[in-house]
Design a protein around this ligand. Structure first.
Ligand code: OGA
Ligand code: NI
Length: 362
């Protein structure tokens, strides 16, 4: 294993090298380079956050789900239909989560020359750099990242892992396992909600992979001009995000407004990705989200993406299609790898363009 990936990346796509935002800020915190200044209509505005409805995303208790609590499972169903986002508490992964955040912070604290040793190759999406840069005149996000395939172990490409950082590998390995346990519990519950056996969705992934995108958002003198991450939906089945306990930066599109996700210490923010939206024939929603920056404090987050095997087709489950109540919205026969290449080949343009690729034309 490994040789093919080392030579050809993962075959997912590639990204152009761009400067470290952390270094830009270190050298001159006042000046915002033109490439990062969003077009007027894309800039975050304070009026964006006024949500006419409720502004709290649902909270799900994982230990109740694991006990088979039906009320909690119903809450999960509603959360995935109406919000596409929820926060998980009582997940039992607190220790691993705290250690992971510390390990990620240590990585970004390394000198630039050290981090560059793990730099993304032009033919790979793994490593230290910035994702989704496809053109020299594309507007850039105020963010540095380290993306690693974490599971299964034989898919890890260790040349991107900062092995000189004591404990980093062990901490991330341990976290990858813990977060996968949480993901599997959610899949089991979603399977039951979708009318299939509890191990169905896990099996449906085929040779599932997990990738973790570790994000560093430097402070910004002008948060009104830039975005930490541009609006996008995730091309995962589900994503499990751990974020800073104090800084509110993640925003999700809900009923036409940008709703901030207020951090709950040690909670895991889970969202439905495009794959699950297709598998559920649109019952569960892959919601557009973005992250803003702030003047005071850098922010760290880590998003674990669960993705199916390359050859897995994104067909809606049979139980989710019926000609009377639930007409088919999604195509049969689109392979995950083809979908992913399509999404990575173009810059993040927001969700519509991506998920449309999976939908039937009408
Ligand atoms: C992502 C993402 C949001 C955040 O990495 O896909 O949406 O708050 N991150 O870091
Ligand atoms: Ni995302």
């Amino acid at each position: 294993m490994g040789t093919m990936q080392e030579e050809e990346g993962l075959g997912f796509g590639s990204s152009l090298p761009v400067p470290s935002v952390q270094e830009i800020v270190r050298n001159d915190a006042k000046n915002i380079p033109e490439r990062y200044i969003k077009n007027l209509e894309d800039r975050p505005k304070s009026s964006d956050n006024i949500c006419p409805v409720s502004d709290d995303i649902p909270i799900i208790n994982l230990s109740l789900l694991a006990q088979g609590d039906e009320d909690e499972r119903r809450k999960l169903d509603i959360a995935c239909q109406e919000w596409g986002f929820f926060q998980i508490i009582n997940h039992g992964a607190d220790g691993g989560l705290t250690k992971m955040k510390a390990a990620v912070a240590e990585f970004f604290d390394l000198p630039l020359s050290e981090k560059k040793k793990y730099g993304m190759a032009t033919n790979d999406v793994q490593g230290y750099g910035q994702g989704y840069v496809v053109s020299e005149d594309q507007k850039l996000d105020w963010n540095d990242l380290l993306f690693l395939i974490t599971l299964p172990p034989n898919f890890r490409n260790m040349k991107y892992w900062p092995l000189t950082l004591p404990g980093f590998k062990e901490t991330i390995e341990e976290y990858a396992k813990e977060i996968q346990r949480v993901a599997d519990e959610i899949f089991a519950n979603l399977s039951l909600l979708m009318g299939v056996e509890s191990d169905f969705l896990k099996q449906m992934h085929g040779d599932a992979k997990q990738g973790i995108r570790m994000n560093y958002y430097p402070t910004c003198a002008r948060p009104d001009l830039v975005l930490g991450v541009s609006p996008h939906s995730d091309s995962s089945s589900i994503t499990l995000l751990v974020q800073d306990d104090e800084i509110t930066a993640l925003q999700i599109k809900h009923k036409g407004a940008w709703v901030p996700v207020k951090p709950i210490p040690n909670a895991i923010v889970v969202n439905i990705g495009d794959v699950m939206e297709a598998w559920s024939n649109g019952r569960y929603k892959s919601i557009e989200h973005r992250a803003v920056t702030n003047v005071e404090k850098p922010r760290i987050s880590a998003a674990a993406f669960v993705i199916p095997g390359n050859e897995i087709e994104l067909n809606p489950l049979k139980t989710m299609v019926d000609d009377d109540g639930r007409p088919r919205i999604f195509k049969n026969g689109v392979k995950y790898i083809d979908y992913l290449r399509y999404t990575l080949a173009k810059k993040m343009e927001g969700k519509l363009a991506n998920i449309e690729y999976l939908k039937l034309e009408n």
